[in-house]
Write a protein that binds this ligand. Structure first.
Ligand SMILES: Nc1ncnc2c1ncn2[C@@H]1O[C@H](COP(=O)(O)OP(=O)(O)OP(=O)(O)O)[C@@H](O)[C@H]1O
Ligand SMILES: [Mg+2]
Length: 235
């Protein structure tokens, strides 16, 4: 099943009196359960593309179909619902809410859905256990290490069991050991729950895990290849 289909996508940002073209005629599609990533120099359009796929931003031209729905046609409310139900985001900077506990940060993803408190608790603890961080459920983010914060952010993205997780430079603030640990956890989620992952990354460590690598250069797809030098990982 195709979870994402991108047709002739163009993104222009206003600049001075004209426009800057950040994405230029992108055509791509992704099947359910892919573990793929965008690579390319700074400014090549990786984040812009993830933001449009996640309906945080809109196309200037062309179309992006996510889970059968065109992101350009959605109302504000519909795009919020698409994000909330089907898409998990993991950002470089975690974006955890500092005044809330680990438990509450993860639970937050479920509050907009019609789920009882006891079901929420079960889902949150299950996600924290998956990420091996359940013992920190009552801690606040400032009591955690960078790797632990990123694990909480992954738990938050996966607690609602989304079809797609978009991860923008998820290892940028982690050391090598934590990066590998987190990537292995994501790979496990991908294989066991068939969650589709799309990364944007500069990190060679991340690239080693990807099944498919798409290189962007100046807002265009420069190459789109199966990763033949992938690490074989047992999960
Ligand atoms: N809101 C905006 N307004 C104007 N230009 C923007 C905006 N967002 C991004 N751009 C421009 O679009 C281009 C692509 O930016 P983007 O953030 O997608 O790059 P990237 O590949 O993620 O880079 P990096 O590796 O540094 O994160 C850049 O030249 C950037 O300056
Ligand atoms: Mg970026």
């Amino acid at each position: 099943m195709e979870v994402i289909k991108i047709n002739n996508l163009v993104k222009r940002f206003p600049m001075g009196k004209g426009y800057f073209t950040a994405l230029n005629k992108i055509n791509l599609s992704f099947e359910k359960g892919e573990f793929a990533g965008f690579v390319g120099p700074s400014g090549s359009g990786k984040t812009t593309l993830l933001n449009i796929i996640g309906s945080l931003d809109t196309p200037s031209d062309g179309s992006v179909i996510v889970m059968g729905k065109s992101v350009s046609d959605l109302t504000y409310k519909q795009s919020a619902r698409l994000r909330n139900k089907h898409i998990g985001f993991i950002f470089q900077t975690y974006n955890l809410l500092p005044v809330y506990t680990v438990f509450e940060n993860v639970e937050f993803s479920l509050l907009l859905q019609n789920i009882s408190a006891s079901e929420r608790k079960k889902a949150v603890m299950e996600a924290l256990e998956w990420l091996d961080i359940a013992d920190k459920a009552k801690s606040k983010p400032n009591m955690l290490s960078g790797g632990e914060c990123q694990r909480v952010a992954i738990a938050r993205a996966m607690v609602k069991k989304p079809e797609i997780i978009l991860a923008d430079e998820p290892t940028a603030n982690l050391d090598s050991e934590n990066s590998h640990r987190i990537l292995q956890t994501m790979k496990k989620l991908n294989e066991e729950l068939k969650v589709s992952f799309l990364f944007a990354t500069h990190d060679e460590k991340v690239m080693k895990y990807l099944d498919r690598i798409i290189a962007l250069v100046d807002g265009r797809v420069a190459s789109d290849e199966k990763n033949i030098s992938k690490l074989e990982i047992k999960v």
